[in-house]
Design a protein around this ligand. Structure first.
Ligand code: DOR
Length: 427
């Protein structure tokens, strides 16, 4: 294993210091961070953060390897500063058995660039009718703790209650895609003045908010952990605030795209802006930023959703919803929230808290002696133009093409091994 001496890094934006990374851990910080033969990494001006953790990634393998594989998604993640990603269950076959989650987990280990932690489906085939084998997935080699039908809502309240009761036994969590399906039949974009003008069927905020309210009550009743995926409306924030104040064990995520983009993007009819839940109004974006700063929305998760050109470069109505996110997430958060969160606040929302929700104890720990060396070095002063052609993801559906974003990941380390150096994947 290579020993690294990282010189002059600003841990969480603090004063420059040296770090010694040896045998998988941060061996020393400060003046004694040196060892004979250590490879020197110049971190002048760079901020060291605990490796980022994404609670919501679509890796598409098995089944849609033409859009992404565990390997290509792992490369994208490492380049984005991530050391762990939670792989969503809506693969083909669905990750609803111990066999499939173990397959994804093994593929992640083989790729060796980030820890790939599979999420198990809540219901068989994401069908919303029968509970999947949650216990067998929890007991499998993948030790699944997060379960989600993401892409679909667990809309039957009886089934949702049973799922919450089941995972409570091993302190698991149900991550809900909050969408009352009977309110979003045929929906193409956010329901509001823009959808009315464009003549597209709307996806009303109440379809999200009504499920969050229902599930917050259910989680409170059961005493189990509930996580809300991709919160997108101001009303959802109000409900989550209310639930937290009542002591419900609820956490929530917001995506980078919901922190930056609004429904007016649909005016272009460019399906790269089609996503589920849809881009909302400027008022919603502002409320989500506030909620992230306040801590009502706990974390940023990418909902990295790769799609092939066939599935994206077609008429809006036929395009699949979803956007790439892993390689741009930190830049977007730096852009919209660094001034109010600071690097420590960003580490909390993109590393420590997602690691805690997912139960990934080796991740989300600030660089300090003895801690597993899962960390990333970011150059906050860099600016880069997003070029879809140069992304590591197998897909090209980034909504930020051509935009100039702040920040660049210079290096990422997974258990002391460099996965990214000089902004490039090491293997
Ligand atoms: O836009 C989305 N794409 N939202 C989801 O919930 C699922 C995801 C996907 O799998 O493509």
């Amino acid at each position: 294993m290579t020993t690294f001496r990282i010189r002059g890094a600003r841990i969480l934006g603090g004063d420059p210091t040296d770090l010694l990374v040896r045998d998988g851990v941060v061996a020393a910080v400060g003046a004694d961070a040196d060892a004979p033969g250590a490879e020197s990494v110049d971190a002048d001006g760079l901020v060291a953060l605990p490796g980022l953790v994404d609670l919501h990634t679509h890796l598409r393998e098995p089944g849609r390897e033409d859009a992404e594989t565990v390997l290509t998604g792992s490369r994208a993640a490492a380049l984005g500063g991530y050391t762990a990603v939670c792989a969503m269950a809506n693969t083909d076959p669905v990750a609803d058995t111990a066999g499939v989650v173990e397959q994804v987990w093994r593929l992640g280990r083989e790729a060796g660039l980030v820890d790939v932690q599979p999420i198990g489906a809540v219901t068989v085939g994401l069908g919303g009718e029968r509970l999947a084998e949650l216990g067998a997935m929890a007991d499998s080699a993948a030790s699944v703790r997060v379960f989600s039908d993401d892409g679909h809502c667990v809309f039957d309240p009886r089934l949702m209650r049973r799922a919450l009761e089941y995972v409570k036994a091993f302190d698991g969590v149900i991550a809900q895609h909050a969408e009352e399906p009977r309110l979003t039949v045929g929906a193409q974009m956010h329901e509001g003045v823009v959808s009315a003008r464009l003549g597209l069927t709307g996806w009303p905020a109440v379809a999200e908010e009504s499920i969050i309210a229902r599930d917050a009550l259910l989680a409170g009743h059961v005493g189990a952990r509930l996580h809300i995926c991709h919160v997108s409306t101001r009303g959802s924030v109000d409900i989550i605030r209310w639930a937290k104040a009542r002591g419900v064990r609820i956490t929530a995520e917001v995506t980078p795209h919901h922190l930056l983009l609004t429904d007016t993007r649909a005016e272009s009819f460019d399906p790269v802006f089609k996503v589920n839940p849809p881009l909302r109004t400027a008022e919603d974006v502002e409320a989500l930023r506030e909620a992230l700063v306040e801590g009502i929305v706990d974390i940023v998760a990418t909902d990295h959703a790769p799609h092939t050109t066939e599935d994206k470069e077609c008429e809006w109505a036929y395009a699949r919803p979803g956007m790439l996110g892993l390689e741009t997430a930190l830049s977007i958060v730096q852009d919209v929230a660094l001034d109010r969160l600071g690097w420590d606040g960003i580490a909390e929302r993109m590393s420590r808290t997602p690691a805690r929700i997912a139960g990934l104890t080796d991740h989300g720990r600030d660089p300090a002696p003895g801690v597993p060396a899962n960390l990333t070095l970011v150059d906050p002063a860099a600016r880069r133009q997003v070029d879809p052609g140069s992304l590591a993801s197998r897909s090209r559906n980034t909504p930020y093409a051509g935009m100039t974003l702040p920040g660049r990941i210079v290096a990422t380390f997974l258990r002391g091994e460099a996965t990214v150096l000089d902004g490039k994947v090491v293997k």
